[in-house]
Design a protein around this ligand. Structure first.
Ligand SMILES: C[S@@+](CC[C@H](N)C(=O)[O-])C[C@H]1O[C@@H](n2cnc3c(N)ncnc32)[C@H](O)[C@@H]1O
Length: 249
């Protein structure tokens, strides 16, 4: 399962769900508010910009946003909303691709650092973020907390959502620190066939993420359980972590 094959034209076509799911105002607005505050007067760079779910409203707030993205079909969807002059995008791998300019903020949201399937690539991604930032600049990562406590001994899969028309389950390879998310969608009651979307991830604990950040020259500035600033606790299922390059002395 290569990322280019996963984020194909069909996936790009049904990615946007205006007003609901990850596009619901209560999900999106706190994220855009926080990112706009963190960017300040500087420019922002989104790693894995996708169809511009976050970048488009952030640019509408007056922040200069550039993107890096692997999938051409996802960028084609973005181009139905904004042109290249408004949000330029570099096609490439966020672990290595370079965008012109300097940024006060680089951000990587919606669990997407886990799309890099090795520790080496994830470390390279932190280093690539650092490369783009001015002194004092920030790298924001939104990521779920691995749910290994749900996995009884001997079991390698968990169902994390089961509702009419949808089943979500994860299969684990704990040796390689990999999880494959399976999303089954059924078109109505009694349907015999389901649509399946699968995505592979390398799950990362917050502590490992912090070490990757340290290797790239960052300090952890803040960690919250959500974009609105809820306290991060042992029960938190996700986190928004803000890493900072120390300002010049
Ligand atoms: C879950 S979507 C997130 C898109 C967008 N950031 C958002 O919040 O809606 C994941 C995106 O990551 C992109 N992607 C996956 N691996 C990548 C890589 N190594 N470099 C750049 N983009 C990548 C995919 O093509 C896809 O657009």
């Amino acid at each position: 399962m290569e990322q280019e094959n996963i984020w194909d034209a069909e996936t790009a076509q049904r990615y946007d769900t205006p007003g609901s799911g990850m596009f619901a105002p209560e999900v999106l607005e706190p994220a855009v508010d926080r990112l706009a505050r963190l960017a300040g007067q500087g420019a922002a760079l989104e790693f894995a910009i996708g169809t511009g779910r976050v970048a488009v409203p952030l640019a509408e707030r007056g922040v200069a946003v550039t993107g890096i993205e692997l999938s051409l079909p996802m960028v084609e969807r973005l181009r139905t909303k904004v042109d290249e002059a408004t949000i330029p995008v570099i096609i490439g791998d966020m672990a290595t691709a370079v965008a012109p300019g300097e940024y006060s903020l680089v951000y990587l949201v919606y669990n997407t650092i886990s799309n890099l399937l090795t520790q080496a690539e994830q470390v390279a991604c932190f280093r690539n973020a650092a490369r783009h930032l001015v002194p004092g600049g920030r790298f924001v990562v939104e990521l779920w907390v691995p749910e290994l406590r749900r996995l009884p001994p001997g079991q390698t899969a968990t169902v994390w959502c089961s509702e009419p028309g949808y089943i979500g389950l994860d299969t684990y390879d704990t040796l390689r620190q990999h999880v494959v998310s399976h999303h089954f969608r059924f078109d109505g009651d009694g349907a015999e066939e389901a649509q399946l979307f699968r995505s592979p991830h390398r799950y990362v604990w917050p502590a490992e993420l912090d070490l990757m950040a340290q290797l790239a020259g960052f300090e952890l500035e803040a960690r919250h359980a959500d974009w609105a600033g809820a306290e991060f606790t042992a029960e938190s299922r996700s986190h928004v972590s803000v890493y900072r390059i120390p300002p010049s002395p």
